[in-house]
Write a protein that binds this ligand. Structure first.
Ligand SMILES: C[S@@+](CC[C@H](N)C(=O)[O-])C[C@H]1O[C@@H](n2cnc3c(N)ncnc32)[C@H](O)[C@@H]1O
Length: 240
């Protein structure tokens, strides 16, 4: 992150932001490795079982999309745990999609996990039963548009799983070590990328549950609830 200090300073001066793809090469595998730890420890063991009825459906076999999948570690973990389901991972960053394909090959799940370059408002409609956003919705220029596309591509009884960095709705409750880490990363990475895309809402990594609920309500979802609140994340569930 700090190798790009000059780009961040320019972004502050111009207000134009910094696209994710413009960062130092080391950022991509670095951030993927950072997030992967929590996914490995908790995604299959705790987070998916906390959603209403989703684990049983994954075991039976459903259609799952991982939006903003990055290096695809979350997709691969789900594909390993629930082999009867079919997975699609999309991201705007081509290099990350290439890495995700390699990871799926290495893990032996490439038969059921497909990756392609596509934005959160442009991936194909496959009547998905589960749409996942792992630590990426707040990075997007148009999170409401992304949630609206999810509503349009979701099967009738489908679920959106929204994994976001932990944040309380009040700034003063976010000033511990976790909040300090996330505010720093958010300022230089997440808000900067959001400002580089259309709309440029810049929700930031510290959006908090109330603001995220508002995004999903504006996008047409009628149910939104916190499924879990582990120390580093918010695990949220939305349905139309
Ligand atoms: C912090 S990374 C998280 C990646 C991955 N989900 C993970 O948990 O490791 C944010 C990702 O969102 C992707 N992204 C940003 N804006 C996007 C958009 N509009 N549509 C799809 N992906 C987007 C970036 O390219 C990046 O890979």
């Amino acid at each position: 992150m700090w190798f790009d200090q000059d780009k961040s300073l320019d972004a502050f001066r111009t207000g134009k932001g910094v696209p994710w793809s413009d960062h130092d090469q080391r950022l991509f595998c670095g951030s993927a490795a950072f997030y992967r730890n929590a996914y490995r420890g908790s995604l299959v063991q705790e987070w998916l079982p906390a959603l209403d009825g989703v684990q049983a459906r994954l075991e039976e076999g459903i259609r799952v999309v991982d939006v903003g999948c990055g290096h695809g570690h979350s997709t691969v973990l789900m594909a390993e745990a629930y082999p009867n389901s079919r997975y699609w991972g999309y991201d705007v960053h081509r290099q990350s999609i290439d890495a995700a394909r390699d990871h799926a090959e290495e893990a032996g799940v490439a038969d059921r996990a497909t990756f392609a370059v596509a934005g959160a408002k442009g991936y194909p409609d496959r009547d998905f039963d589960l749409i996942c956003f792992f630590d990426c919705l707040h990075d997007m220029g148009d999170p409401v548009g992304a949630a609206r596309h999810a509503a349009q591509t979701l099967a009738e009884d489908g679920t959106v799983m929204l994994v976001e960095p932990f944040a309380d709705d009040r700034v003063e409750n976010n000033l511990g070590p976790v909040g300090q880490l996330y505010y720093a990363a958010s300022t230089t990475l997440c808000c900067a990328h959001s400002l580089s895309e259309d709309v440029g809402l810049a929700l930031g990594a510290q959006a908090g549950e109330a603001r995220l609920a508002q995004v999903f309500s504006e996008a047409g979802f009628s149910h939104f609830r916190r499924a879990m609140e582990p120390p580093f994340n918010l695990i949220l569930e939305a349905r139309c």
